[in-house]
Write a protein that binds this ligand. Sequence first.
Ligand code: HEC
Length: 129
Amino acid sequence: MEKRTLGAGPGRGLLGAVGLAVAAALISCAGKQTPKDRITDPGQSLFNGQTLSGITCYKCHGDDATGTWRGPNLIKALPTLSDQDIAKTILEGPGLMPSYKGKLDDHQVAKITAWLRMRATTVANAQPR
Ligand code: HEC
């Protein structure tokens, strides 16, 4: 009878493949993008990478800014943040967030901020108190 040591043999390759598949699924489920024809606001367009291809906030914060495993829920955080806080965050890029200094001008930052505020207001009003 053939003896097999645990952890060796073809079983390992299969485990690796499953791990890769899980990782790929996780990455692909981060931040879906709002398609161009459903964009209603210039800030939303910027946030969703539809105005400038290098600006991809949606990838980490989700197309509706409610967050993914890569970035926090901005709608929830918004009431605690001033416009200056938001601008500073976008330009400096704290922690795992990239810096957008030189990639977004003040006008574009203001557009994104205005859209986030509008979304936060809509969400707050939709919730029963
Ligand atoms: C690579 C992923 C990633 C991208 C892309 C990204 N962010 Fe972030 N963002 C983060 C992470 C992670 C944090 C939390 C940072 C920390 O404090 O450690 C964060 C924090 C923030 C905060 C502050 C939230 C709070 O509670 O203080 C704002 C506002 C924000 N991001 C807006 C944006 C905007 C607007 C864009 C696009 C211009 C963007 N982010 C792109 C990952 C990302």
